[in-house]
Design a protein. Structure first.
Length: 284
C-alpha cells in the first residue's frame, strides 16, 4: 500500500513539475506521512463514508483518507497542482475536482449523497468564513475535521467567558458542537508556517441549538453584530435602543453583563425579547 509522500518526495514533485507553494493561496504542504495518517484516524471515516477534502494539494492527506476505505472527493483550486494531484490519487479511486471552495456550487459538488464528512487543511485566511458558510448553507456536511491556525481554532471552540470567546464561537454553537482534537507541529509543513496549527472537529447538531421558530440564525447574527460591536461594553450599552432594562430583566439576563459572557441560549432569549418589542430586529 502506497504511503503518503514524505518531505523528499514532495520536494521532488514540486521540482519535477516546476511548482512552488503559493503564498497567495496560503499553501503549506504536509510533508510527514505519520501526521496525515493521524488526521485520517481522527476523521473517524471508513468504508461507506463520503469524504470531501478541501485544499488537497499534492494529495498527502488524500492518500491517507483513501486508505481508510472511504469514498473521497478531493477539491483543489490551484490549476497547476491539479494534474499532479490526479496522478497521485486517482489510481486509488479518488475523484478530483478543480474548484474554489469559497465560490463553488456545493449542491453540485456534493451530488450523489446527502451525508458527507469534510476534512481539510484550510488556509488561515479563509478558515473561519468557510466553516461558517458550510454550517449555514450546506446541511449535507454532517461533520468536519479542519486543520486551522491555533488562534482561529480556539475561537471556533471557545465557551462563554473564555479569552478566545467571541461572535464566531456563538455562531458555530448555533449549528454544531466543536472541540480541539489535536495539535500539528510547524515542522511537518513545507514551507514551515510562522503560526501553530490545531485540528478542530465540528459536529452538526440534529437541530440548531435554538429553535429557528423562536430565534432564527439571521436574527441572532444581527444581534451578535450589535452586541460584539461594543466588545467589553455592558450589554445595556452595546444594545442600547434595542433592549431596555425591563427587557433584560424579563429574560433573566443582567444588563451589566458583556457580550463575551453569554452563550447561544442567552442570545436566543435576547432575540425573543426583541421580537416582543416594537423596536426589535425583524426576522429576515
Amino acid at each position: 500500500m502506497r504511503r503518503p509522500p514524505g518531505r523528499g518526495e514532495v520536494v521532488s514533485l514540486l521540482r519535477q513539475h516546476g511548482l512552488r507553494p503559493s503564498k497567495a493561496l496560503g499553501q503549506h504542504f504536509v510533508i510527514d506521512p505519520n501526521t496525515v495518517e493521524r488526521i485520517a484516524r481522527l476523521a473517524r471515516v471508513g468504508p461507506g463514508d463520503q469524504v470531501i477534502e478541501i485544499g488537497a494539494g499534492l494529495g498527502s492527506l488524500t492518500i491517507a483518507l483513501a486508505h481508510t476505505g472511504a469514498s473521497v472527493r478531493a477539491v483543489e483550486v490551484d490549476r497547476g497542482i491539479v494534474p499532479v494531484l490526479r496522478e497521485m490519487v486517482e489510481p486509488l479511486g479518488v475523484s478530483v475536482v478543480e474548484a474554489d471552495a469559497m465560490s463553488c456550487d456545493w449542491a453540485d459538488l456534493l451530488a450523489g449523497s446527502s451525508h458527507w464528512v469534510l476534512v481539510a487543511n484550510l488556509p488561515y485566511n479563509v478558515a473561519t468564513p468557510l466553516v461558517l458558510e458550510l454550517l449555514g448553507d450546506v446541511p449535507a456536511i454532517d461533520r468536519m475535521l479542519v486543520m486551522v491556525q491555533r488562534e482561529a481554532g480556539e475561537r471556533l471552540v471557545a465557551r462563554p467567558g473564555a479569552k478566545s470567546f467571541g461572535a464566531v464561537s456563538v455562531r458555530v454553537s448555533y449549528f454544531a458542537t466543536a472541540s480541539v482534537v489535536g495539535h500539528v507541529a510547524q515542522a511537518v509543513f513545507l514551507p514551515r508556517p510562522n503560526v501553530e496549527s490545531v485540528l478542530v472537529e465540528i459536529v452538526r447538531r440534529e437541530l440548531p441549538a435554538i429553535d429557528p421558530a423562536l430565534a432564527s440564525y439571521e436574527e441572532i447574527d444581527r444581534l451578535l453584530r450589535a452586541g460584539f460591536g461594543g466588545r467589553r461594553k455592558m450589554l445595556r450599552r452595546s444594545l442600547e435602543g434595542l433592549i431596555g432594562e425591563a427587557g433584560f430583566e424579563a429574560v433573566g439576563i443582567d444588563g451589566r453583563a458583556r457580550a463575551e459572557e453569554l452563550g447561544i441560549e442567552q442570545w436566543g432569549k435576547l432575540v425573543a425579547c426583541l421580537r416582543s418589542s416594537t423596536s426589535g430586529l425583524s426576522p429576515s
